[in-house]
Design a protein around this ligand. Sequence first.
Ligand code: ZN
Ligand code: ZN
Length: 374
Amino acid sequence: MKIRSAVLREMVAEGPFADSKPLVISELELAPPGPGEVLVKMIAAGLCHSDLSVITGVRPRPLPMALGHEASGEVVEVGSGVDNVRPGQKVALVFVPSCGHCSPCMEGRPALCEPGNGANGKGELLQGGHRLSHAGATVNHHCGVSAFSEYAVVSARSCIPIGDDIDPVEAAVFGCAVLTGVGAVVNTGQVRPGASALIVGLGGVGLSALLGALAAGANPIVAVDVHDSKLDLTLALGATHVVNARDADAVARIRELTKGGVDYAFEFAGSVPAMQLAYAATRRGGTTVTAGLPHPNDQWPLQQLSLTAEERTIKGSYIGSCIPARDIPRYVGLYRAGKLPVNRLIGEKLKLDDINAGFDRLASGSGLRDLIVF
Ligand code: ZN
Ligand code: ZN
């Protein structure tokens, strides 16, 4: 079938993208779903920093690539052997399809699935190969999803049903921002009620982590960003304190507010200074979690002695250490109950044709989670 899709043909290091238009709205050919695959009609797709990192070349991917990895959709058709979804169901899409058989999958860590991440790196689907083409030439899939497209063929392993009683547009954020942010707090950090928490970097993932920390009963919760507008929003969402990272005494203030440092610090900015701040603001015996995606060449200098002498823990968190089929229904349940108001993280709703300007907004760091609505 013919579909319209936002395709990255060449990386562009810097904006304004509204002028350079790195994403070209193209008519592509989409092959039908094979065994274990699903045809999904896209409902909404989020603009995420991981997409921006592919556009700018910070995370190089094989090109041309149909971008987008955070989305909700409706199942249109299923291939043979698919038993977890059926046509007509609304689904959230997950950007690492898990095979269920490799070592990480068998250890209950499907976010680290080896074939799933391998396929993503090659721009292929989990079952191998491509279903997208343009004038007979292959177009790569982004994270097995390619969400900035009217339709997508994805692995059934990328689909999690979300039910019909929530707004399917807002549900787009569950697949990346919510899974990553809430999961960093409840799965990777395992924050306990009454523990203090620090959230560094208030994009879609960081704000989701804030909601996760509130749901987990963390107190106090300190939020850090470089944009004052984000800090105001964070207070309205329930953070107890906010600190601008540009303040020279930011770490000292956090340590003072939390009587010697936080029990759990979470870094989502994907930068070395943000990680240094998060680590420096963690108390003796505390845990620092990072889910940011810095440039692959970035190195973080660490005083090794502090790990021993202060019994520190540092943890990496990829997609919130999630088990998608377990966690997305849990987070949707909390959303339904009013305990995870992810609708408050959503900014502008854009048309596919406005996507390049949307990435300018994202790059400015001042907006909320913007969605392409189909
Ligand atoms: Zn993302
Ligand atoms: Zn696996």
